[in-house]
Every structure is written in structure tokens, then in C-alpha cells.
Design a protein around this ligand. Structure first.
Ligand code: ADE
Ligand code: ZN
Length: 336
């Protein structure tokens, strides 16, 4: 089977996807017009042309500006449905979507407006596309822990509607330790916990995420490669990394895809997965990430199957939900 068809046929879970980062410029403009929201760019073309990032912050500035177009429940529904259609076409069977409530509540959009729209899309995706999903609330780490606690208080009356919490936004200078108390509370509430760490931040932030936040997965984590003890621990404990190769190149974490350390992490026995992060900004959805990474790093078919298997195993679904996807994955692997 040709590589792209093979990668599409593999059942995959996407575990690192910011739903606000799937806002394509065309939809951004349509929503901004519908909602009477001004955007900092004159056209769709000018918006795309502005996507030349030098680091994480240069991206985040544009990402938050674009998110201002999202106001109503239907906007969040439309946004997530557009993502689910792309995911289904890429062979994604399950997606765990990050959302950033503080980006919206700070503009006067109610938490429940965001949640209602996303949740309706999750139900529709299951019914119409057969794609399963979960929602993970991310705290913005450039804001205070008090602000995170206030966001958790807003979420608490609707807690069963989210599956976990994460930590995103500007990493440097905002270590996981800043959020130790709020994560402890989230764990007490029975939520799954993940955090971005080691994207731009040092290996010490990955240690903190593991030891202080007690996360179940590390989002990105690529800077673990600088610390042999950390690599050994991640491998031994089977902690999944949700790696986003095209994102890392766009944000200058690696100069080019062939310099990416994903193969090194994988071959060290770490449970690596491939994800798209903010596909509307970084030039590719999950299949494109698999394809370009496979080619740039010359990953074998067995390694690609292992990465897709890792994504299913690292997802927060029950064994009963996972079993048919794993069976299909092994059948595709055997037939290739
Ligand atoms: N928010 C959206 N994408 C992000 C990323 N790659 N890192 C940190 N925060 C983000
Ligand atoms: Zn991310």
C-alpha cells in the first residue's frame, strides 16, 4: 500500500489539538463578519501571510487575536465540526480536544457558550462521522493560579462534561510548579491531567509536570532529549509524549523536519504520538504530520504502526472502546 493510503487507513487518536488552533482564516473571516468583530488583517490572504512565526509567543499573539472571532455557541460548533470532518478524512477515530476557556471568558463569552457548542459538535461527530471525542480544559499559564482556580470554579457545575485539564500558552517563565495547587484540586475531582512541557521550556519543566502536577501525558516534551535520566524515566514509566512535528518546525523548535528528534525519542522506548497542535496555523492536520514526519525521518512501517498504536493506548478511553480500534490497527498493519 502506498504510504499516504497506509497512514490514512491506520486508526489513530489525536491527543494534542487546540480547537481554537483549527480556526482556518476563511472561517475566521466569515465569523468575524457574522459577529461584527474587527480583525487585525485586511484579508484571508494577508492573514495567511502573517503566519511566519519565530517562536511560541509570536504564534500565540496571532492565535489569541484570531480567537476573538468566536462569540456564539454556533461558532464553537462550526469550528469543531470543521475539525472533525478533517479528522475523519485523515483516519482519526478518536480526538481529545483542548479548549482555552480563559481566552473567551476574558472577552465576555460565557463558559457554557463555549462548552455547549463544543459538546454539541462532539455528539454530532460521533453520530454522523463515527469519530469519538473528549474535551480537555486548558489553563493559560501566563495568567495566575488564582485565575485558573476561578476558571475551575466556573467549570465545576458542569464537571462531567469535561474529561481532564491541561496547561498551555507561554511556557518560558511559567513553570508547572506555578499550578501545583490547582492541579492537585483537579486530581481530587477525578479529572485526567496533562500539561505542555519541554516545548520551549527546559527539561526541568518536564520533571515538575511529572512530580508536582502528576500528569499522565506530557504535551510536546521534545526537550526531554537533553536529559538522559529524564528519557530513561519517561521510557520506564510509559509516559506518553504528544509530539507535534509540523508545529515544532513552524515555531522554530527545530530548524527543519529532518532535524526533529521524534525518531530518537521513539527508539529510546518512549511512547511517542504524532499530533497537529494548531493545524490551521502550522500547515497540516494529523495525516500531514504523519506523512511528512515519516518521509523526513525515514520511519519504518513498523514504527508508524507503533506511533498510531501509542496514540490509541495513550487516549483516555475505556479498554472496551479501544479494543476494536486496536484490532483494526493490527489488521491494517498485517495487510500492508
Ligand atoms: N496554545 C495553543 N498552541 C500551543 C502550543 N503549541 N504551546 C503552548 N500553548 C499553545
Ligand atoms: Zn499545544
Amino acid at each position: 500500500m502506498e504510504l499516504e493510503a497506509f497512514l490514512r487507513a491506520l486508526p489513530k487518536a489525536e491527543l494534542h489539538l487546540h480547537i481554537e488552533g483549527s480556526l482556518e482564516p476563511e472561517m475566521m473571516f466569515a465569523l468575524a463578519q457574522r459577529n461584527g468583530v474587527p480583525l487585525p488583517w485586511p484579508s484571508v490572504e494577508a492573514t495567511r501571510a502573517a503566519y511566519a512565526f519565530t517562536d511560541l509567543q509570536s504564534f500565540l499573539d496571532l492565535y489569541y487575536a484570531g480567537a476573538a472571532a468566536l462569540i456564539h455557541e454556533a461558532d464553537f460548533f462550526d469550528l469543531a465540526m470543521a475539525y472533525f470532518h478533517r479528522a475523519a478524512a485523515d483516519g482519526v477515530v478518536h480526538a481529545e480536544l483542548f479548549f482555552d476557556p480563559q481566552t473567551h471568558t476574558a472577552r465576555g463569552v460565557a463558559y457554557t457558550t463555549v462548552l455547549d457548542g463544543l459538546e454539541r459538535a462532539c455528539r454530532t461527530a460521533q453520530a454522523d462521522l463515527g469519530v469519538s471525542s473528549r474535551l480537555i480544559l486548558c489553563f493559560l499559564r501566563h495568567l495566575s493560579e488564582d485565575d485558573a482556580f476561578a476558571t475551575l470554579a466556573e467549570a465545576e457545575p458542569h464537571l462531567s462534561r469535561i474529561h481532564g485539564v491541561g496547561l498551555d500558552s507561554s511556557e518560558q517563565g511559567h513553570p508547572p510548579s506555578k499550578f501545583a495547587r490547582v492541579f492537585a484540586r483537579c486530581r481530587e475531582l477525578g479529572l485526567h491531567v496533562v500539561a505542555h512541557a519541554g516545548e520551549e521550556g527546559p527539561p526541568a519543566y518536564i520533571w515538575e509536570a511529572l512530580d508536582l502536577l502528576k500528569v499522565e501525558r506530557i504535551d510536546h516534551g521534545v526537550r526531554a532529549a537533553e536529559d538522559a535520566d529524564l528519557m530513561a524515566r519517561l521510557a520506564k514509566e510509559g509516559t506518553p509524549l504528544t509530539v507535534c512535528p509540523l508545529s515544532n518546525v513552524k515555531l522554530c523548535v527545530f530548524k527543519q523536519l529532518k532535524d526533529h528528534n521524534l525518531a530518537q525519542l521513539l527508539r529510546a522506548g518512549i511512547k511517542v504520538t504524532i499530533n497537529s497542535d494548531d493545524p490551521a496555523y502550522f500547515g497540516g492536520y494529523v495525516l500531514q504530520n504523519y506523512l511528512e514526519t515519516a518521509q523526513a525521518l525515514q520511519l519504518s512501517r513498523d514504527e508508524l504502526v507503533q506511533i498510531a498504536r501509542n496514540s490509541l493506548e495513550a487516549s483516555f478511553v475505556s479498554d472496551a472502546e479501544r479494543a476494536p480500534w486496536l484490532a483494526r490497527l493490527e489488521a491494517v498493519a498485517a495487510s500492508a
